[in-house]
Write a protein that binds this ligand. Structure first.
Ligand SMILES: [Zn+2]
Ligand SMILES: [Zn+2]
Length: 270
């Protein structure tokens, strides 16, 4: 994978009450006003950058981008290169339903802030940058994809959050790849409690049977390779449930591309 560029300068802004007031006004009057009144800020800290949705060089250097070698199936990064077809212990023990998963960076204290900001802070300006990173991390998956679809949110949660961050990521990846994006390909017809405090088994049970393929898009799934997009791959329970649903509906294969991925220490394979 190429090095994703930070696309930003380094000058750090001091705390400035006037700037905060302006930002408040711009939130009320719209993004265009913000861009006119204030230079764009790093999406993680307050440093000035060249364009909205960029990271300053200091923040960018702290993001642990994932590069080969990785598990051929789940994309877990390896410390030692044992060949392109090598599988991690977990995938050797039980192969996931999806074919391949890849992620742009590790989910850690640094990147968590970025992901949560995108998820909960009502900020869409990082979407183009995230789309570029996803397109780099998932170049091999995108080449094989027939259709791109986000992991869906239940509509109540969608109303609460106002947008589905995975759908925004899917659209951004679609713009980079020219592949078709179908935001409502998979629907979540059961509201599932948040996965945050659940262990792997509980997560699996929590999402079992929660998804179905939108009847309007059955033809878009049959014999097709579907690329699922989500923000974070944790235990993989959600993408597994979605992949199972898509394969039952006749998909030829399901790949998974996420912004971040939890990397737990595990026994290294020979
Ligand atoms: Zn920064
Ligand atoms: Zn694996």
């Amino acid at each position: 994978m190429d090095s994703p560029d930070s696309g930003g300068g380094m000058a750090r802004m001091e705390f400035n009450p006037a700037r905060l007031a302006l930002a408040g006004a711009a939130r009320r009057y719209g993004r265009a006003a913000l861009d006119v009144l204030l230079p764009p800020q790093c999406m993680s800290c307050s440093a000035a950058v060249d364009a909205p949705g960029a990271l300053c060089a200091a923040c960018w250097s702290k993001i642990a981008f994932i590069a080969a070698p990785v598990c051929a199936c789940c994309g877990l990064p390896f410390e030692v290169d044992a060949g392109p077809e090598t599988l991690c212990g977990a995938c050797l023990a039980k192969r996931p339903r999806y074919r391949r998963a890849r992620a742009a960076f590790r989910y850690d204290a640094e990147s968590r802030r970025l992901v949560l900001m995108f998820k909960h802070a009502d900020r869409l300006d990082p979407a183009p940058t995230f789309g570029r990173w996803l397109a780099l991390a998932g170049a091999g998956l995108l080449a094989d994809a027939d259709v791109i679809a986000p992991i869906p949110l239940h509509r109540w949660r969608l109303l609460w959050r106002r947008y589905n961050q995975s759908a925004e990521l899917a659209r951004a990846v679609g713009r980079h790849s020219g592949k078709a994006v179908v935001p409502d390909l998979v629907v979540r017809h059961r509201r599932t409690p948040s996965q945050a405090d659940l262990n792997a088994r509980e997560r699996r049970l929590n999402v079992a049977g929660a998804f179905s393929v939108n009847p309007r898009h059955r033809a878009a799934v049959r014999d097709k390779t579907v690329l699922l997009i989500d923000d974070v791959l944790t235990t993989g329970a959600t993408v597994e449930a979605c992949a199972r649903t898509l394969l039952r509906a006749g998909a030829a294969a399901v790949d998974v591309l996420t912004l971040a991925r939890v990397v737990r220490p595990q026994v290294r394979m020979p």
